[in-house]
Structures are given as structure tokens and as C-alpha cells.
Design a protein around this ligand. Sequence first.
Ligand code: 3HC
Length: 286
Amino acid sequence: MSEIRKVGVIGAGTMGSGIAQVCAMAGYPVVMQDLSDAALDRARTSMLGSLARLVKKATLTEAQAAEATARIATATALDQLADCDIVIEAIVERLDVKAGVLKLLDGICRPDAILASNTSSISLTELAAASAHPGRVIGMHFFNPVPVMQLVEIIRALQTTDPVAEAVTDLTRAIGKTPRVSKDSYGFIVNRLLAPQINEAINCVYEGLATPEDIDSMMKLGANHPMGPLALGDLIGLDVVLNIMETLYHGFDDPKYRPSPLLKQMVSAGYFGRKTGKGFFDYPPR
Ligand code: 3HC
């Protein structure tokens, strides 16, 4: 396997643009791919906002922020990722769609290029099975907001080879994050613990136990969480939270992971949280 010199990122949403940003800040040339120019433009705008925050608090100089921005090329075609040593996908949380992209990458990337997935809960072993070279598939799970959160959860599929796991662990350190390895299981570690807590907070609202404001304030004041579970659900995206709960519920076939009826209703109504301007709280348009 060759050294990681160039990074490809598929998907220019909140996670994809954050991943592209932290890799570029660490000096890696990055190609960020998405289907539309509009999505890439939105990603660039949010990245510029994030870099400006980092400059304001003197984590980066203006020159470093400009260099990081210049290291990110954008593309709408997947074949622009052909010379990347690792491709990290951060697209929609659907096994069939992610598997389809891995199959396409088999025909585009070198056979020794690493294919990493930022999936929040899908089995890496099932994903790796879609690739002609399953040993190079691995989970690289980042946390929102990516420029701030320290952890990258590294998930080894049953098929992942040792050199691939080592290379991804080294890359995680090189971009200033802290790697922690988990075996493959639905939701891995963090989301298996976090999503049920958010789901249970939503059940508390559903049962009329307290207002969203009070539930969040109780977890901040009583458990010292930086933000309450409902605000966190809005930050992650209630559609993503539902997706994780459904993966846990069906994957483990265990009723303790049943998604809250109110969570399902919020998602049906299009109230996804920050990204739609409405969730358990209201947000200004982006
Ligand atoms: N880019 C750069 N910097 C950012 C940023 C961004 N996108 N967002 C926040 N920051 C910085 C701010 O500049 C600030 O820096 P400073 O403390 O040095 O001045 C710092 O982060 C704190 O930001 P704020 O003052 O605006 O707000 P808060 O103090 O309320 O912190 C928070 C915001 C960092 C989001 C904090 O509330 C927090 O840590 N919340 C929990 C987040 C969390 O749990 N994330 C994981 C979600 S799970 C997940 O992502 C997995 C997925 O699979 C679902």
C-alpha cells in the first residue's frame, strides 16, 4: 500500500465538508466530490465560515486558512478521485447507495487505495462485501462539528487488513484527531450509546413530561453535557438519528432500540433540525 498523500471525499454535506476541511488544514491536497455544483458551493461557504471562526480565535492564521482553502479541489465526477490514496465517503446513510459507490470506486481507484466510510451505523462488513477488494474497506467515523470534535472512531470490517487499519490510524493522528478502534457492530460504540439517549429524550417530550427547553437544561445542569440531547439531535439531524435508531432496532432485532413515534413524526414532517430550520428548536435560515 502506498503512503497517503492525497485524500478524496465523496459528499459535500456537513460531514463531508468538515472532513475535507480538516484534511486540507493538515496539509493534504483534497478532492471533494458531490453531484451538483450547488452542493459544492454550499460546502465551500460553510467551510469558509468555519475557517473564519478558527482564524478569529487564533487557531489558524489568515494565510493558513487561505492555504487550506486552496488545497481543496471540487469535482462533480467520481473519476476525478482516481489518483487519491484514500477516498472517504460521507453520503446518504443507505447501504445500497454506499455499496453502489464502492463498486464504482473499484473501477476508478488503484486497487491499493483505501476506501473509508463515514457511516454512522451501517455494518462495515456488509459494506466491504460490496467491494472487489474488501480488505481495503474501513470505517472512519467523524463527529459533528468535525473541526471541533477530537474523536475519529475507526471501525474494522471483518475483512479489513492490518496495513489498512494502521494507515487510517496514522492519518487520523496526522490530521490532529484521536483514533479509537471498534469492532464492527451496528452503531459501533458512540452512536449505540448516544442515539438511544436522544431517542429517550424525544420520548420524554412525546409523553409530555417536560418542555424541550427544560429536558435539555436538565441534562446540561445535571449531567454536565455541553448541549442537551434535543439540541444535539437537531445538530446531528433528526433524519440521521432516526436512521441510526432504525439500524440498531432492525440490526439487533431488539425492541429496546425502537424509534420514538415523535421522532418518526418529526422526520415525516420534514423537521430535521438545524438543516431545515426547525426541529425541537427553531434556527435561522442558512
Ligand atoms: N468550525 C470551527 N469551529 C467551531 C465550529 C465549526 N463548525 N463549531 C464550533 N466551533 C468552535 C467555536 O469557535 C468555539 O471555539 P472556542 O471555544 O475556542 O471559542 C467552540 O467551538 C465552541 O463553540 P460555541 O461557543 O459556538 O458553542 P458551544 O460552546 O455551545 O459549543 C459545540 C458548540 C462544540 C457544538 C458543543 O456544544 C458540543 O461539543 N456539543 C456536543 C457535540 C457532539 O456531541 N457532537 C457529536 C454528535 S454525534 C455525531 O456527530 C456522529 C454522527 O454519526 C451522528
